[in-house]
Design a protein around this ligand. Structure first.
Ligand code: SAM
Length: 236
């Protein structure tokens, strides 16, 4: 936890905050902070700054806070991701949040197991938990938006055309004829397939909207490896 993310309920006044529970335990066990120590804090959706510990015990930490700088800018990137299996989903949400992706669309695809849509990891609290952990890791305060699209065809036909307007639409595909571009200076919409890959119909549908299939080379990466490799290359 490189930043203590503060929520409106933590604020006693504009300049004083109290934390309990998981964040308190982390501060006690990892930061080992005591009275007078300074912590990096950020207000959810707002600026980041410093918290000076004024009181701390096993139940509560109170600090004086001031916010003086903006969080890092988000990436101009929308990730459209075929829903991965639940354990991978958790880790991927966390790492997308760490990397600064601010819009994540989880979409169905032919090779997504139907049961994946029933996982408790898709409940709003479970998604929020991973996103918050990602913000705490990367010293950010702005929560990504996560959209669930359990029907591929209506999403692609009715919503995706509007979503990709003004962006470069790419679909990561190991068989893609084009090499994934580097350092794109502008908004990108990046579609990433399921573990079994997108089927031809899905690739054709995306291509008909203007998506270019792009490859990172002949080595087929798993989703968790492909995502940071793609983002690092596109957004360096
Ligand atoms: N057998 C599947 C195929 O050939 O499409 C493999 C799918 S891969 C495990 C899961 C997703 O990660 C792919 O659909 C793609 O979006 C992305 N990916 C993996 N390796 C890639 C590569 N070398 N180039 C581009 N995208 C890749």
């Amino acid at each position: 936890m490189n930043l203590i993310l503060l929520f409106p309920d933590d604020m006693v006044t504009d300049a004083r905050a109290r934390i309990t529970g998981r964040r308190l335990r982390h501060v006690l066990e990892v930061h080992r902070a005591g009275v007078g120590d300074e912590l990096v804090v950020g207000l959810l959706g707002g600026r980041i700054g410093t918290g000076r510990v004024e009181r701390v015990d096993d139940a509560l930490l109170e600090m004086e806070v001031s916010f003086d700088r903006d969080p890092p800018a988000g990436l101009p990137l929308t990730v459209v991701l075929a829903l991965p299996r639940p354990k991978v989903l958790r880790r991927v949400l966390h790492s997308l949040s760490v990397m600064g992706v601010k819009r994540i669309v989880l979409v169905n695809a032919a090779r997504v197991e139907k049961s994946y849509w029933q996982t408790p990891f898709l409940l709003p609290e479970a998604i929020g938990r991973q996103l918050v952990l990602g913000l705490e890791q990367s010293r950010d305060t702005s929560l990504p938006e996560v959209l669930l699209k359990p029907r591929f065809k209506p999403f692609v036909e009715d919503e995706l055309p509007g979503m990709i307007k003004g962006s470069l639409p790419l679909v990561a595909h190991p068989g893609g004829a084009a090499t994934c571009p580097r350092d794109v200076r502008g908004p990108v919409t990046l579609a990433i397939g399921p573990e079994g890959g997108f089927v031809s119909y899905e690739i054709e549908k995306l291509v008909s909207l203007g998506f270019t299939p792009v490859s990172l080379g002949e080595r087929v990466l798993n989703v968790e490896t492909a995502i940071p490799a793609l983002i690092g290359r596109l957004m360096s």
